[in-house]
Design a protein around this ligand. Sequence first.
Ligand SMILES: [Zn+2]
Length: 137
Amino acid sequence: MMPCWNCADRIGQRRIREGMLEWHGKRAADIARMALVSAELRAPICPHTSHIIAEVVEAYRREYAVTLGDVLLRRVPVALGACWSESCSREAALRIAAVLGWNELTMGANLEAFEMERTAFSEACPQDTAAFEAAAD
Ligand SMILES: [Zn+2]
């Protein structure tokens, strides 16, 4: 039997919570509280990940992230995941821009710099899990 939508929703939320706990430890509670504020903050960073925009905001606010590369390649390195493509970058930039109040120019500049860094990053260490783990520190 298929689970009802409510249950599926709960399972989805639990997956997000577990993912955040694993990744952020104690700060997961702060991020979860922030995520309650708006649907934009609860949105996944790209359509293929359970990491959410609130984690990105946390990285900018509390983890000294300055660029999209700091966030998506190091603090919450979803862009190193198998799904990631240029369209994921664009989607993520749009969602982050909406929350951080970037205008189109700022978003474009951030996205362009990020894509250059991501390309350099993936050429430097293709599928290198050691780099992925180092990035998580
Ligand atoms: Zn994706």
